[in-house]
Write a protein that binds this ligand. Structure first.
Ligand SMILES: [Zn+2]
Length: 199
């Protein structure tokens, strides 16, 4: 049998496309890992300028201030806004780096025999899926922050070029995680079971 990855209806093996939703049916996406790595690299490449270029441009009466993600978080902490600083650090450093690591871990581990149980790989996959939906929180923080400051009329804050790269990075890592075919987890388990040291 082969399952439709879009609507989960199962069809006999060899059926070219899903009769219910029209999606193409493939038992295994043979290029899955290749796509995962390609998108992963692009995501990482976008993540670098996202941290190097300014995320926020603050215009006060006579001065223009530019701050990067981390610089902005440090500055916020100086002003006593530890909560927002923590959210920014978690959303723009901890979550993206964790996601890069987790996707790479999955892609490497399905090609290696033994070492990890399928349960742990599946758990990792679910973690990646779960944190993915929180990764845009940083963009929201920037949006809320600029709205707040502009309401007060003290300064104008606008997103810098880093915001664009950050959004790109999030999109590419999301696509990278999506390109991962979770069925490879179970194939890896079959390989493990066939290995001689497992009998
Ligand atoms: Zn379908």
């Amino acid at each position: 049998m082969v399952a439709c990855t879009r609507c989960t209806r199962a069809w006999p093996l060899g059926t070219p496309e899903c009769g219910r939703c029209g999606a193409k049916l493939v038992s295994r996406d043979e290029h899955s890992l290749q796509k995962v790595w390609a998108l992963w690299v692009v995501g990482l490449m976008c993540y670098v300028p996202a941290n190097v270029y300014p995320m926020l441009k603050t215009k006060q009466l006579f001065t223009v201030d530019e701050s990067t993600i981390i610089g902005g978080a440090v500055e916020l902490a100086h002003h006593g806004a530890f909560g927002i600083a923590a959210i920014i650090l978690v959303a723009s450093v901890v979550i993206p780096l964790g996601k890069f690591w987790a996707v790479a871990f999955l892609a490497v581990s399905v090609r290696q025999r033994g070492g990890f149980t399928s349960h742990r790989r599946l758990l990792m996959y679910e973690v990646v899926e779960y944190i993915g939906r929180w990764s845009m929180i940083d963009i929201f923080v920037v949006a809320i922050l600029s709205a707040l400051v502009q309401l007060k009329g003290l300064a104008t804050i606008s997103p810098g070029p880093a915001a664009f790269f950050f959004a790109l990075s999030v999109i590419f890592t999301m696509l990278s995680a999506q390109a991962f075919d979770p069925r490879m987890i179970w194939d890896a388990q079959d390989n493990d079971n066939e290995a001689p040291d497992h009998g």
